[in-house]
Design a protein around this ligand. Sequence first.
Ligand SMILES: [Zn+2]
Length: 139
Amino acid sequence: MPPLDHVDWGVLDYFGWIHRSGHLGYVVMPIKNKLRGIKLRRMLNTSPRPRTHMCSWCNHVYRSRGTAMFSAEVGGSDGRRSIGNYICRNLDCSIRLRNLAGDPPTYLPETIDLQRKIARLENAVITFMARAQRLPDLF
Ligand SMILES: [Zn+2]
């Protein structure tokens, strides 16, 4: 796990990184002043035909293979249940919301302002973690 001391939470809504194996991702987010984390399994989109895909956390729309399927085991299920979402493949939703990525902007721009996009993203991460039973003390 990379050190989190230098994370600038002013521009990052969550801190995400991909393990060098490429198959695992980690997401950490401050929720009610506590850092919460979740481990995800990543399956890249290897479809030969490019299609538009939307990140279900930040709603960024890619013209081709920008998303990956990330899944998490539901806590307490002994690995029998998991949930998944199509999310930005490098777990960099915050950068895309703020148009700081060097590659093309979203294919379908929205008119809502940044603050509402950030709130929607945070809500999506919290909902995902709650569904995976990672926030039992909050929900
Ligand atoms: Zn995203």
